[in-house]
Design a protein around this ligand. Structure first.
Ligand code: ASP
Length: 439
């Protein structure tokens, strides 16, 4: 069996963290393929190497001297290398990077060097083969990840190697130039590698012991989620819960490989399992709560709306024409409400309203801003009666005015709309009723 292990930036921020990662890898022979991020923050005031590299690139662009900041980055690596007592010099690599930056290598090239160099250090530390992601992870001309070609080439290359380090975050375009995923993209690389080698598990090592039921900035010491399905995760990440890059789910999900989120600083913790499906009920009716502030609701009224074929399409066309995506759309018999992001909508509100009037001739349109959406997610809700009722009464007890409540047809989630000011209290009330009182 093969496990692919990905270590995040904080897990590799110093020699001490590297040593922890090394111990974890060596503790299990199945951990054969390692995907490192760039060194992250060592403390709250520190800067991630990736951010230092972006800053370097900005200096290049501005025609300013970037040598001092580049040497600061070299120092970060040298401190790690020395701390691990490795006989490794990145002198030549930094010369090459400096040359390439001077000669117009792009922003993605600059950013990718964080993972590239960390991969070299990791490979030296473990005695594993280094595989440059530029040779095995591909993007097309438009910059879209080329899953098929990558899977073919990567599988062939890795299956010939017992153990290897494959840096996260980047790959190459058909012309050979470097491309990166969006920020946090090493998670995606890990998933791609897991799929290519048909791993039994994709371990994603970070600095928390898995997904928490709710945001720790709102709930003090929230419980960890033991098992979550891909679909539940998607609902929660969409609503802002973040530990894993959203796109990291797709490659492994296709291959039915579970993801295990683990904590480098507490390796004995079981972490969270992300799985396709499970017969395990979660301990609570709900699996997690997440939410976002900053929405506007656009409520459209029209008598007999339900009988008018194409009404919904006409309304949505008004948003499409103005290049606004909608987030959520609960509807009643003669009303429909569209939730959109406030910052995106504000500058275009009158254009959208007039377009709705022109296209759909509603009776009235009402706007309300400063709203928050909260998703209460859980596969257990399907088999439990009264979940929505309990949410309602918890929120009423907490004196929170519920603007909207909508249960998705999958019965996997319930979306609640409240005003921005009630956001934190609403999450606390829902957490209390389902987790603290353990009903
Ligand atoms: N180093 C990159 C970033 O900071 C990618 C990653 O860490 O996943 O976004």
């Amino acid at each position: 069996m093969i496990k692919v292990v990905k270590f995040g930036g904080s897990s590799l921020a110093s020699a001490e963290q590297f040593a922890k990662a090394g111990k974890i890898i060596q503790a299990d022979k199945e951990r054969r393929y390692v995907v490192p991020s760039a060194p992250g923050k060592r403390n709250a005031k520190d800067t991630k190497v990736t951010d230092m590299l972006y800053a370097c690139y900005d200096l290049v662009e501005a025609g300013e001297d970037f040598r001092v900041p580049l040497m600061k980055i070299k120092d970060r690596y040298d401190t790690i290398i020395n701390g691990l007592n490795l006989k490794l010099s990145l002198e030549e690599e930094f010369k090459k990077i400096s040359e390439n930056l001077k000669n117009g290598a792009g922003q993605a090239y600059a950013a990718s060097r964080g993972e590239y160099l960390n991969g070299i250090v990791m490979a030296g530390f473990l005695g594993y083969e280094f595989v440059d992601s530029a040779e095995v992870i591909f993007f097309d001309e438009e910059g879209v990840f080329d899953a098929d070609r990558t899977n073919r080439v990567l599988a062939e290359r890795l299956l010939g190697l017992d153990c290897a380090v494959i840096p996260g975050f980047y790959g190459s375009a058909p012309d050979g130039t470097i491309r990166t995923f969006s920020r946090g993209g090493s998670d995606i690389t890990g998933s791609i590698v897991a799929r290519a080698v048909r791993a039994s598990c994709y371990e994603n090592w970070t600095d928390v012991s898995g997904f928490l039921i709710a945001d720790p900035n709102i709930i003090k010491n929230p419980q960890t989620i033991k098992t979550i399905t891909y679909r539940e995760l998607r609902e929660l990440s969409y609503m802002g819960a973040s530990v894993l890059h959203e796109d990291a789910v797709f490659p492994v999900r296709k291959a039915g490989i579970p993801i295990n989120i683990r904590n480098t600083n507490a390796p004995d913790d079981e972490g969270t399992w992300i799985v396709e499906s499970t017969c395990q009920q979660s301990k609570y009716t709900i699996t997690g709560i997440a939410g976002k502030k900053g929405f506007v609701s656009v409520s459209i009224d029209k008598d007999m709306m339900n009988a008018e074929v194409g009404f919904g399409r006409k309304v949505l066309t008004a948003f499409e024409e103005n290049d606004i995506s909608f987030e959520h759309m609960p509807s009643g018999i003669d009303t429909m409400t569209i939730f959109v992001h406030q910052p995106e909508f504000e500058g275009k509100e009158q254009a959208v309203i007039s377009a709705i009037h022109r296209l759909a001739q509603p009776d009235s349109i009402e706007l309300e801003g400063d709203l928050a959406l909260i998703a209460v997610v859980g596969r257990g809700m399907k088999s439990t009666r009264g979940t929505a009722g309990r949410i309602f009464s918890a929120l009423a007890h907490a004196n929170i005015n519920v603007k909207m409540i909508d249960q998705g047809s999958s019965e996997l989630n319930i979306i609640i709309g409240v005003s921005n000011d009630d956001f934190e209290n609403a999450i606390r009330a829902v957490y209390d009723i389902f987790v603290v009182t353990q009903i």
